[in-house]
Design a protein around this ligand. Structure first.
Ligand SMILES: C[S@@+](CC[C@H](N)C(=O)[O-])C[C@H]1O[C@@H](n2cnc3c(N)ncnc32)[C@H](O)[C@@H]1O
Length: 370
């Protein structure tokens, strides 16, 4: 499947063309903020700075083809202690296939920067997001599509138009390969969750539940198809672990036997500190952003914590007010931020100065302009 539109460049042309305005000299340090058009900068990182395969995580929040001029107003200017009155932060005026090609060119180059265990998250909305999904299927491969996360971004609104209110945007999550950095994120169990999920109580009053010890799929070789206490896994299934481990679980009193002699693993509520994070997230953006379309810091921290390690390089090439860079810094990741807006860079530098773990001064990162 392919999205067809006028002006779609061959992939080779995007990757092999000359870099119009390369980033000169050495890039020093682990954290880098660059002001400039991101296509040029990405191409230059790839060709002139040997950055291919060095980035573990990309998060971007590009313009969404909204045909809007975003300004920084008086209130926001004061918040970040900048001088001046209303000023254009950036213009989002590419439309239709021109916008899609703008995103596609950048995704093609960005993929080359990702490490083999790397991931990319693209923030988008309900109007353009489905086209971006098709482009990402083309660039990253449909098999590397991992999630379409619904993000609840604001309180309910009363639209005038004849449609449902829109309180969500979308995050498309892809990986470069199947083997990815993944720190399984969990959310806390509520008291209600505990009551619902752990209905049984043992003789000491501890709440628990049980889960099957076998899973679908027969294994022809290997220990998980062999007998445990003389019992083979049911037809078409295999043990979840080898019989030696099952014996150890039984010895520790962590297997409950049904009246029909079926073993199930005991899971105690007080040993479970969370449940798996699902694909609907609520991280509302501030009603008083310091930069237009500034994203929720906790949203980006969730992504960074799940899809990178300490010391990983996190890249945001539409970094705006630098939310991703602050999140990365606070989570002890290295980062590269790119934006072409003077206002964005100014706000980012202010934010980096006020960062909570105090690791950064202007000397804590390199700053370049293209
Ligand atoms: C939606 S905002 C990002 C907001 C950001 N996530 C935050 O939390 O502040 C998009 C940003 O992309 C930048 N941008 C748009 N086109 C660009 C380009 N070709 N190169 C670099 N930056 C660009 C804009 O200046 C703007 O700051």
């Amino acid at each position: 499947m392919e999205l067809v539109y006028p002006g779609k460049k061959p992939r080779e042309e995007i990757l092999n063309g000359t870099v119009s305005c390369p980033l000169e000299g050495q890039l020093n340090g682990k954290n880098i903020l660059i002001k400039g058009d991101n296509l040029t900068v990405l191409q230059s990182l790839l060709k002139n700075h040997q950055c291919a395969g060095t980035v573990d995580l990309i998060y971007i929040d590009p313009p969404f083809a909204t045909n809007t001029v975003f300004t920084i107003g008086e209130e926001r200017v004061r918040t970040v202690s900048m001088s001046g009155t209303d000023a254009v932060a950036y213009r989002d005026n590419l439309k239709c296939f021109e916008f899609i090609e703008f995103i596609r060119e950048r995704l093609i180059v960005a993929r080359e920067l990702l490490s083999d265990t790397g991931s990319i998250y693209v923030q988008s909305d309900y109007k353009i997001g489905h086209y971006i999904k098709i482009i990402m299927d083309e660039v990253f491969g449909i098999d590397n599509f991992r999630n379409d996360i619904t993000r609840i971004k604001c309180n309910p609104k009363n639209f005038d138009r004849k449609a449902y209110g829109n309180i969500k945007d979308m995050l498309l999550f892809y990986s470069k390969t199947k083997e990815i950095i993944w720190n399984d994120p969990t959310t806390a169990l509520s008291e209600n969750d505990k009551k619902r999920l752990f209905k049984k109580t043992d003789k000491n009053g501890r709440a628990y539940t049980t889960v099957p010890l076998h899973a679908p799929g027969e294994t022809k070789n290997g220990l998980t198809s062999t007998a445990f206490k003389g019992m083979k896994p049911p037809k078409g299934r295999h043990w979840r672990c080898d019989p030696q481990e099952l014996e150890a679980l039984d010895g520790a009193g962590l297997i409950e036997w049904s009246p029909h002699g079926n073993p199930r693993k005991i899971i105690y509520a007080d040993e479970r500190d969370g449940k798996k994070l699902q694909d609907i997230w609520e991280f509302k953006d501030s009603p008083y952003p310091v930069y237009p379309t500034e994203k929720n810091l906790k949203l980006i921290k969730t992504i960074i914590a799940a899809s990178s390690h300490e010391g990983s390089v996190v890249l945001d090439f539409f970094c705006g007010s630098g939310t991703t860079l602050v999140a990365a810094q606070e989570l002890h990741r290295n980062w590269i931020g790119i934006d072409k807006s003077e206002k964005a860079i100014k706000v980012t530098r202010e934010k980096l100065k006020n960062i909570s773990n105090g690791l950064l001064s202007d000397a804590g990162y390199s700053y370049r302009e293209v």
